[in-house]
Design a binder for this molecule. Structure first.
Ligand code: TPP
Ligand code: SF4
Ligand code: MG
Length: 350
């Protein structure tokens, strides 16, 4: 049986700068379990894209395989989308990005998809500073295949079937920081207040933006032996820096005591205002962020918020000097410059 979402909405629903309502950013009806953290991420994405007045046809939703990778079907049904093979989303996104850098690449992956089968692809896409937003919905298990432990599960925890996690977890934020990502954040699907500004900033960032979102699996990993359950995350979450996203040409109105705040200008002129809960917190320093994540982990805490932002790092297209114009908009003469030029290119390889 299939269900269709009603298109009816209140005639006076608020519209954004493009004249679109929140409902215009929705997708198909979710088939995920009721209460799954992934649905809360979808709802935060809808809100962030609506508030940023993003044109759906300028977005490419990319994913691999998993419950998390199904999520792009549940938002922005007028955007482009590619649900690829398990762990192969980064290479598919790289290809698409090479051909058309005019789109916003919004990728959704899982901890299985990125920290196991796709770990190699994850590492290289970070290293290459591809312009994209890479979201991992981290539930510590393979939800779609019924709850096997993922590589992000903490050592010593048990899954619902009682299987013990024998090895140290892979922390994808630490990996991204080590590999040079210019935007790294961690959040919780249940904290929209923190998540929405982070998503907006990630979408406005030029370069590789990574957000690891703790997203509890209510069916297979929400029990007392888990460190990814709603109860555990609620009790152990701590935030180093709260971020406000201020769009281009908007007055900054939030109160801020000197020394407690820092404004970081993003490439498009919008501002990320960082409220430092810990005065010594330094979002510019990737090595310190790694030390902070580890230190909190030792205390049994999950450090969330914006962990690192460096808008000045060169991104994939700058490094490779790629063609600004999407390939599908290039004229025949440019795409096929003639045999004399091709002979010259061939000669340069001899
Ligand atoms: C090549 C290949 N190997 C294994 C699978 C089986 N498989 C499907 S989803 C999945 C794990 C998904 O886990 P995760 O990425 O964490 O997503 P979640 O369901 O937890 O959101 C696996 C192992 C597959 N589809 N393809
Ligand atoms: S199995 Fe887990 S991850 Fe998959 S939809 Fe259900 S709650 Fe979400
Ligand atoms: Mg998972």
């Amino acid at each position: 049986m299939s269900f269709v979402k009603s298109k009816f909405h209140h005639p006076r629903l608020k519209v954004n700068d493009l004249g679109l309502t929140y409902r215009d950013y929705e997708g198909a009806l979710s088939t995920l379990c009721a209460g799954c953290g992934h649905d809360a991420i979808t709802s935060a994405l809808i809100q962030a894209c609506y508030e940023l007045s993003i044109s759906p046809h300028k977005v490419a939703k990319m994913s691999g395989i998993g419950c998390s990778s199904k999520a792009p079907n549940y938002f922005m049904n007028k955007a482009h989308g590619f649900n690829s093979v398990h762990g192969r989303m980064p290479s598919v996104t790289t290809g698409a990005n090479m051909a058309n850098q005019d789109l916003l690449y919004l990728a959704m992956s899982g901890d299985g998809d990125s920290a196991s089968i796709g770990f190699g692809q994850f590492a290289h896409v970070v290293r290459r500073q591809l312009n994209m937003v890479y979201i991992v919905a981290n539930n510590g298990v393979y939800g779609l295949t019924k709850g096997q432990l993922a590589a992000t599960a903490d050592k010593g925890v048990k899954n619902k079937a009682g299987e013990l996690s024998l090895f140290k977890d892979i922390d994808l934020c630490i990996m991204a920081l080590q590999l040079g990502a210019s935007f790294v954040a961690r959040s919780f699907s249940g904290d929209k207040k923190q998540l929405i500004p982070l998503l907006k900033a990630a979408m406005s960032h030029q370069g590789f933006a990574f957000i690891d979102i703790i997203s509890p699996c209510v069916t297979f990993n929400n029990h007392p032996d888990s460190t990814r359950s709603y109860d555990y995350v609620h009790d152990h979450i701590t935030t180093g820096a709260v971020a406000d996203f201020v769009p281009i040409k908007t007055d900054i109105t939030t109160d801020c005591n000197e020394g407690d705040c820092e404004d970081i200008c993003l490439h498009d002129g919008s501002i990320m205002r960082i409220h430092k809960l810990d005065k010594n917190y330094d979002t510019h320093n990737a090595s310190n962020a790694i030390i902070d994540i580890e230190a909190h982990k030792k205390k049994g805490e999950i450090l969330t918020g914006l962990l690192h932002l460096k808008p000045t790092v060169s991104h994939f297209h700058e490094i490779n000097n790629t063609c600004d114009i999407p390939l599908n908009r290039l004229e025949q003469e440019v795409l096929c410059p003639g045999s004399r030029i091709l002979a010259g290119i061939n000669d340069s390889f001899r």
